[in-house]
Design a protein around this ligand. Structure first.
Ligand code: XLS
Ligand code: CA
Ligand code: CA
Length: 441
């Protein structure tokens, strides 16, 4: 049965196309910087937003019209798998991602939940045999069920710590079974509402213990996926422990986990932390910790996680700049952790949304590659830090100075000259690159 019968295979038709069901800029075979767009961008579809979410918000019921909604229970789970693989194929997307509860309903106890998962996982495995779409990552939803109200690995209740471990153990087995490239840990409710009732040290130590056990178990079963921590500063808790890349990196180092994890960076989480998307990507990149990306965008007028499809070309360009400078995403990818707006309730909107996101990143990729090739920002930075390439500057970076020598140098200075940072000139140049990328200039 076809779930999206009004939609055919989405093809690249070029910037002049007026077909809403065609890519204007994402051309999977086109080579940029020696790599095809398909192999470099590694797009992924988020199962939860695309096949599960109903559009409900704190003020209103679901709005989405979904052809699989006539089913319930395991029949619904099976219908979603069929719909998902039809969607992946029509969109031509190489990856997908899911939480355990997205693919199979929870049973009345953990054993039953495992059984449901086993049934759906074997169905997904069958579908994957005839599909080019692979699993970018899976994860455990240890936050929706009321049992996780005080957190999962950082819960005040040791039974919940154990329950969470069992779900992640199962998730690692599923990841191995389906050949996942990565396994994600987003600290759903790993954080606190108030310090007044919180043992901060015990919770953080427990989180460290939990991650070590996950690393050990993956090794035990021979699951070689890249482990990823996904930072987010708040929501649902007041303070999430994996606040941003900087604090997540400090956490990993403190608990001796830095060699086993990288980061999955989400645009909207970066902005919630008061950073730009590119700041988080850069911070991870310079520390060798950039693993994967949840490609979306927030709304600067709203203070919560809106998970919008990425359409801001300036942002996709600067994000792709960091990714190219990182040498690509390795086993990671660009997962659209994004949902259509509540008012975009037709099944077709799922295609429009993904086409918009894929085209936006394709443009970003092309423009960013040109910025890299022309050394636009490299030249700016090289010129700006020129004083560190000779004289006292070179002595500083090569460790040949101390406060005596520096004081000597300072006392003998007759004139100090600073250079302009040229921010506005640089931004104008980026605009020029953005507008010229498809004009053949
Ligand atoms: C929620 C997170 C979540 C993770 C996976 O804000 O983005 O969806 O990506 O658990
Ligand atoms: Ca995410
Ligand atoms: Ca989000």
């Amino acid at each position: 049965m076809a779930y999206f019968e009004n939609v055919n295979q989405i093809k690249f038709e070029g910037p002049a196309s007026t077909n809403p069901f065609a890519f204007k800029f994402y051309n999977p075979e086109e080579k940029i910087g020696g790599k095809t767009m398909e192999e470099y961008l590694r797009f992924g579809v988020a199962y939860w937003h695309t096949f599960v979410a109903d559009g409900s918000d704190p003020f209103g019921a679901g709005t989405m019209i979904r052809p699989w909604d006539k089913y319930t229970g395991m029949d619904l789970a099976k219908a979603r798998v069929e719909a998902a693989f039809e969607f992946f194929e029509k969109l031509g997307v190489p990856y997908f991602c899911f939480h355990d509860v997205d693919i199979a309903p929870e049973g009345s106890n953990l054993r039953e939940t495992y059984q449901n998962l086993d049934t759906i996982v074997s169905m997904i495995k069958d579908y994957m045999k005839d599909s080019k779409t692979k699993l970018l990552w899976n994860t455990a939803n240890n936050f929706t069920n009321p049992r996780f109200t005080h957190g999962a690995a950082s819960s005040s209740n040791a039974d919940i710590f154990a329950y969470s471990a069992a779900k992640v153990k199962k998730g690692l087995e599923i990841g191995k079974e389906l050949g996942a490239e990565n396994y994600v840990f987003w600290g759903g409710r790993e954080g606190y509402e108030t310090l007044l009732n919180t043992d901060l040290k015990l919770e953080l130590d427990n989180l460290g213990r939990f991650y070590h056990m996950a690393v050990d178990y993956a090794k035990e079963i021979g699951f070689d996926a890249q482990f990823l921590i996904e930072p987010k500063p708040k929501e649902p808790t007041t303070h999430q422990y994996d606040f941003d890349v900087a604090s997540g990196y400090a956490f990993l180092q403190k608990y001796g986990l830095q060699d086993h994890f990288k980061f999955n960076i989400e645009a909207n989480h970066a902005t919630l932390a008061g950073h730009t998307f590119e700041h988080e990507l850069r911070y991870a990149r310079i520390n060798g910790m950039l693993g994967s990306v949840d490609a979306n965008q927030g709304d600067t007028l709203l203070g919560w996680d809106t998970d919008e499809f990425p359409t801001d070309l300036y942002s996709t360009t600067l994000a792709m700049y960091e990714i190219i400078k990182n040498g690509g995403l390795g086993r990671g990818g660009l997962n659209f952790d994004a949902k259509v707006r509540r008012g975009s309730f037709d099944p077709e909107d799922l295609f429009h949304a993904h086409i918009a996101g894929m085209d936006s990143f394709a443009i970003g990729f092309k423009v960013a590659q040109k910025l890299v090739d022309d050394k636009v920002l490299d030249n700016v930075v090289e010129d700006r830090y020129q004083t560190y390439t000779e004289g006292i500057g070179l002595d500083i970076v090569e460790g040949r100075t101390d406060f005596h020598k520096l004081e000597d140098h300072a006392l003998n200075l007759t004139e100090i000259k600073n250079k302009s940072g040229r921010t506005e000139k640089i931004k104008a140049t980026i605009n020029q690159y953005l507008l010229n990328a498809y004009a053949g200039k």
